[in-house]
Design a protein around this ligand. Structure first.
Ligand SMILES: N[C@@H](CCC(=O)N[C@@H](CS)C(=O)NCC(=O)O)C(=O)O
Length: 201
């Protein structure tokens, strides 16, 4: 198995989960600016849409989209209980959070990576992000993890996305429950190992 990643990007979430689940995988670094694979190769042959994360199976099959990859990894290691069981309401809560992280947080942060982002758009995006973060902070208040008291793959996704807030000039410290969640996550050995491996520790 291979994980195509970029340091500190949302691919950090499946990277963390690989380590939480004890699944061996080769990390393949992608330069998102040039869309090239470390050591040579056109990343478009892996994901024609040009973004990480992508998981490559030993048979060469590719799986993209963070929410799908995270659930797939959780299902590969049921003994680790990284996702609630299928068909339970909790499983849909997990999917709710994964979609929220992908479409409400990550996609609102994306434009800030473009140096040509006009100021006229910036303020609206910041307000949107802050409203979403206020909601997430309220949800996390009084709870250790996204689903309550038990770690799940959604925690890895939230941690990875919150780690990107600075690109929008935001600081997670302004949301106490989210800051506590990030600190809790940062104390996990799998998270520390993933950050070290990506050169971020
Ligand atoms: N829909 C994808 C989006 C992933 C995404 O936005 N990846 C970013 C890094 S966090 C990326 O590779 N951006 C480069 C690009 O879009 O060109 C998902 O949910 O996994």
């Amino acid at each position: 198995m291979k994980l195509y990643y970029s340091p500190g990007a949302c691919s950090l979430a499946p990277h963390i989960v690989l380590r939480e689940a004890g699944i061996e995988a080769e990390l393949v670094r992608v330069d998102l600016a040039t869309r090239t694979i470390a050591g040579g190769g056109d990343f478009a042959t892996v994901n024609p849409r040009g973004y990480v994360p992508v998981l490559e199976q030993p048979n060469g099959e590719h799986l993209s989209e963070g929410a799908a990859i995270l659930q797939y990894l959780a299902d590969l290691a049921p003994q680790c209980a990284l996702a609630p069981s299928h068909l339970s309401m909790e499983r849909y809560r997990l999917q709710e959070w994964l979609s929220f992280c992908a479409s409400e947080l990550l996609k609102t942060l994306g434009p800030f990576f473009n140096p040509a982002l006009p100021d006229s758009m910036r303020q609206g995006l910041i307000e949107r992000l802050m409203a979403r973060l206020n909601w997430a902070d309220a949800q996390l208040t009084g709870h250790d993890f996204v689903l309550g008291e038990r770690f799940s793959v959604a925690d890895a996704y939230l941690f990875a996305v919150l780690g990107m807030l600075r690109v929008a000039g935001l600081n997670v410290a302004d949301w106490p429950a989210l800051a506590a969640h990030s600190a809790r996550m940062a104390s996990r050995p799998a998270v520390q190992a993933a950050l070290r491996a990506e050169g971020l520790a």
